[in-house]
Design a protein around this ligand. Structure first.
Ligand SMILES: *Cc1c(COP(=O)(O)O)cnc(C)c1O
Length: 377
């Protein structure tokens, strides 16, 4: 019997997500002893020490189910961000939050508006629900064209996704642009606006830029807004899978009803709670990324490699004369994992995560070696 005949039509065309390759995989495949990973925007300083401590202390408790309500984590976030506890929801990473939103809102045949070259998980979530992504071209310099995105809304539009700052381009939209955009989004015939999902996975890094908007400032006046951030990036907890969202009490209430009851595991809740506002982690990470970016910008400039200034902990750079995938392969052979971006339709570009200073230097050394010997040699 042909089991594939039982698969939902919406799922037939799916391909597995191409994640950044783990270090162990590359060591094994390439027979290399030392490999560094600058591929998935992880924090090279490691996890928040506060999170590690708290997890160690509570390790024995894992025979209990997690708190289905994530109360302690919500309370910590509520105090940190000075926001009502009923405006907060928790997910197993931003990835799950995107899916929770899709399951709650997207019907078959509806549309979401997304920007070209933005995070690809939104489109996958839409497809899973049988809805369709309408892709809007970026402005020059790889910035979301928010005006065009507002204009792309039709009667079928259920949601608009804005990644701020965007991954993989590192660009961001300013306070003024976001404010204008939220007003420009049209009402449909029923007098409703689509949901605006603001993905602020790199919020802490981007906050160094003066005109970078804090999505929370817009929550009160925009009941159609959902914001989310994650513990995966600056807090260094990517392996735990925990992220959080902010929305109106009504939206949060519905997310609470539809999510799996134990979606965020016990250690993730404990680690996240302990990590909130970990000053040492945040200060050190911001410093490392700022210095790393300055170093890499200068090296890229000297090597005449085009790059895009980033508000995140990663940089998009042109891989010319190589395709991004070719440069990825060449660097992997040298023990450096970066990210090729074919699925983002950026085949002539690559993305590198800011590493420790010695990792950044190794990356540049290998890059010089590869570019120095010329293509096809
Ligand atoms: C990393 C990332 C996320 C989510 O990461 P999780 O590990 O799932 O929390 C969401 N959006 C963007 C743009 C990201 O880069």
């Amino acid at each position: 019997m042909d089991i594939t005949k039982l698969i939902r039509k919406e799922c037939e065309g799916f391909k597995p997500y191409v994640a950044g390759k783990p270090i162990e995989t590359i060591k094994r495949e390439m027979g290399l002893k030392s490999v560094i990973k600058l591929a998935s925007n992880e924090n090279p300083l490691g996890a928040s020490k506060k999170a590690i401590e708290a997890i160690k202390e509570n390790l024995k408790e894992i025979f209990y189910y997690p708190d289905s309500n994530s109360y302690a984590l919500k309370k910590g976030l509520s105090e940190h961000y000075r926001l009502g506890i009923r405006n907060i929801f928790i997910g197993a990473g931003g990835d799950e939050i995107i899916e929770l939103i899709a399951k709650l809102f997207f019907n078959k045949e509806e549309e979401i508006v997304i920007s070209k070259h933005s995070f690809i998980r939104y489109e996958m979530a839409a497809k899973l629900m049988g809805s369709k992504a309408v892709v809007v071209a970026m402005k020059e310099g790889f910035k979301h064209d928010l005006t065009a995105m507002a204009k792309a809304c039709t009667e079928k539009t259920k949601a608009i996704f804005v990644t701020n700052p965007n991954n993989p381009t590192g660009t961001y939209n300013t306070k003024e642009e976001l404010c204008k955009f939220l007003k420009e989004i049209p009402l449909n015939k029923a007098g409703l606006k689509p949901i605006v999902v603001l993905d602020e996975a790199y919020f802490e890094y981007a906050s160094l830029d003066e005109d970078y908007p804090d999505g929370l400032d817009f929550l009160k006046e925009n009941p159609n807004l959902i914001i989310f951030r994650t513990f995966s990036k600056i807090y260094g907890l990517a392996g735990l899978r925990v992220a959080y969202g902010f929305a109106s009490e009504e939206i949060v209430d519905y997310i609470e009803r539809t999510r799996p009851p134990f979606n965020v595991n016990r250690l993730a809740q404990i680690g996240g709670t302990a990590a909130i506002g970990d000053k040492e982690q945040v200060t050190k990470s911001l410093k490392l990324v700022k210095e790393g970016k300055e170093y890499l910008y200068k090296e890229f400039k000297d090597l005449k490699i085009e790059y895009i200034k980033s508000a995140g902990n990663f940089i998009l750079f042109k891989s010319f004369p190589y395709k991004g995938k070719e440069l990825f392969d060449a660097l992997v052979k040298e023990g450096v994992i970066i990210r090729a971006l074919d699925e983002y339709e950026l085949t002539d570009w690559a993305r590198v995560t800011i590493g420790l200073s010695e990792e950044n230097e190794l990356f540049i050394d290998k890059l010089k070696k590869i570019f120095g010997r010329g293509k096809n040699k």
